[in-house]
Write a protein that binds this ligand. Structure first.
Ligand SMILES: [Zn+2]
Length: 134
């Protein structure tokens, strides 16, 4: 699948307000079900694209999906069958909370510590948003 098609698929799966004005090149997870396992083939690469640690999203996923998962060589293997749609939705939720600025929705953000609490700081508009602890 070429990149344009992947993007098209991503945008068509996003709620309209995210798509409205500005478009970001958000990565798409490549999900493949093999037997009784689900493999996210570009796991680390996709998370790296949005400047986050793969371990961070991994922790998020383990909270959202109660199953065993193994991260190995950039891939994530989950026990059980999880459709692409479900995984994409979780990634989208992750991006909305931990990557995209809650105010201006740009992806130029950092997770910083403030008074001992991790917050999302936007380098574009300066907004600081609360994030849940993973
Ligand atoms: Zn912002």
């Amino acid at each position: 699948m070429d990149y344009d098609k992947m993007l098209q698929r991503l945008y068509s799966s996003l709620p309209e307000k995210t798509v409205s004005k500005e478009r970001f090149e958000l990565p798409v997870l490549e999900v493949q079900i093999q037997g009784t396992k689900t493999i996210i083939r570009n796991f680390s690469q996709a998370v790296k694209t949005v400047q986050r640690e793969d371990k961070h999203f991994y922790k998020f996923l383990t909270k959202e999906i109660a199953t065993a998962m193994i991260m190995d060589e950039g891939k994530l293997t989950l026990n059980g069958k999880f459709p692409q749609m479900q995984i994409s939705k979780l990634f989208e939720n992750y991006l909305k909370e931990y990557v995209l600025c809650h105010e201006c929705h740009k992806p130029d953000t950092q997770i910083i510590e403030r008074n001992g609490v991790k917050v999302l700081k936007c380098t574009a508009c300066g907004a600081i948003s609360a994030i849940r602890k993973i």
